[in-house]
Design a protein around this ligand. Structure first.
Ligand SMILES: Cc1ncc(COP(=O)(O)O)c(C=O)c1O
Length: 355
């Protein structure tokens, strides 16, 4: 191991790299991690010296609050490498803002921008050999923060650990995605934490999603908790519905995550002359549009899968198959977006940021 200082980040390099053990042609999403991680602790009322060090397990006190009261938040973003080997981030400011919004909602410490952004950039530069060029290839970035303060007392922690880990990913193909529309379970409620990227939101979805999986559905589309009549979002994706040639998507709310891909697709679709209607979408409208043949597409939008076309949905035990579209808006928008992200098409929106 060797130690250097960059932008006040202490860098402890791994003695050897694991990169040659990785089969980049057959990456399974989020399962391989690079040689290093970024870490910065908040304790004694202040952020400590940030460090980049070899990726490895770490010790925590069994009474750490994260284990008992679930103070844990995360983000998901990607970096791309262009043909000249320059590294690019996509709208990182959006992820940074959302991270601290999650922190505030979970009564956790906000992370200063220089720690988040410099940590991210220096880590990407150090492990840049792990970022592969070419469409579909990217580096999935997982910033996260946990409560490390000790004591089984149901109060917010005084101490936190902020970390960033990196996982190389290739084009994500989810296979056929059939969805079940939620009629009983909810992922979020008014006044709750649905709009935060809090770990507990995902844990809350696992059981109802596993029930849907047993019935042959890959995902659940959540509905509003009070009436189960409004379509909201899926596991880790916001959702779009195409009825005739208009794209509909629910407005973000305190129950719905403000997805970066969602807002990007809304702008891209508008720039393509597509009519976009952001308003609550009723389950009854969807069923009606499916019956009268005006429902053309449903697709999910999120950082991991980018755009994920949905092949059909089930509601009240009736399965509605979606038509095959020659002119899929999902695929058209996915292509536009990934061309901008991978620096194949010009970014006229100013979304990409060079590392
Ligand atoms: C619950 C939920 N909704 C939507 C999204 C999509 O958000 P983004 O496009 O920022 O990845 C995600 C993923 O981050 C998510 O976890």
């Amino acid at each position: 191991m060797s130690t250097t200082q960059t932008n006040k980040i202490e860098i402890i390099k791994a003695a050897t790299s694991k990169i040659n053990e990785v089969d980049f042609e057959n990456l399974s999403f989020g399962s391989i991690f690079t040689d290093h991680l970024f870490e910065c602790d908040f304790k004694n009322g202040e952020w400590q010296k940030p460090v980049i060090k070899p990726y490895a397990p770490f010790l925590l006190d069994p009474s750490s609050r994260v284990f008992h009261y679930g103070q844990a938040i995360f983000e998901g973003m990607k970096a791309y490498k262009d043909e000249d080997d320059a590294i690019w981030l996509f709208r990182p400011d959006e992820n940074y803002k959302r991270f601290n919004k999650s922190a505030v909602r979970m009564a956790m410490q906000e992370v200063p921008e220089d720690i988040f952004m410099n940590g991210l950039k220096e880590l990407l530069k150090l492990d840049e050999a792990w970022i592969k060029r070419g469409k579909g290839n990217s580096m999935y970035i997982r910033p996260f923060m946990i409560a490390t303060g000790t004591g089984v007392i149901a109060n917010p922690s005084d101490n936190y650990k902020f970390m960033i880990i990196l996982s190389p990913v290739s084009a994500y193909y989810a296979g056929e995605v059939k969805v079940l529309i939620a009629e009983h379970y909810s992922r979020a409620a008014n006044g709750g934490i649905g709009a935060a990227k809090a770990a507990g939101n995902y844990a809350a979805q696992f059981y109802p999603t596993s029930l849907a999986n047993k019935q042959g559905f890959q995902q659940v589309i959540w509905t509003d908790d009070a009436t189960h009549t409004k379509l909201e979002e899926a596991g880790t994706m916001n959702v779009f519905f195409r009825i005739n040639d208009t794209l509909f998507t629910a407005p973000v709310s305190e129950r719905i995550l403000d997805g970066v891909t969602r807002k990007t697709l809304i702008d891209l679709a508008k720039s393509e002359g597509i009519n976009v209607d952001v308003r609550p979408v009723l389950v009854s409208e969807l069923v009606e549009a499916s019956k009268n043949g005006t429902l053309k597409e449903i697709f999910g939008a999120g950082t991991a899968a980018v755009v994920s076309p949905i092949s059909g949905f089930s509601y009240q035990d009736v399965y509605h198959e979606l038509p095959n579209n020659e002119d899929s808006m999902a695929l058209k928008l996915k292509d536009k977006l990934t061309n901008i992200q991978n620096k194949i098409a010009e970014d006229t929106f100013g979304w990409t940021v060079k590392v």
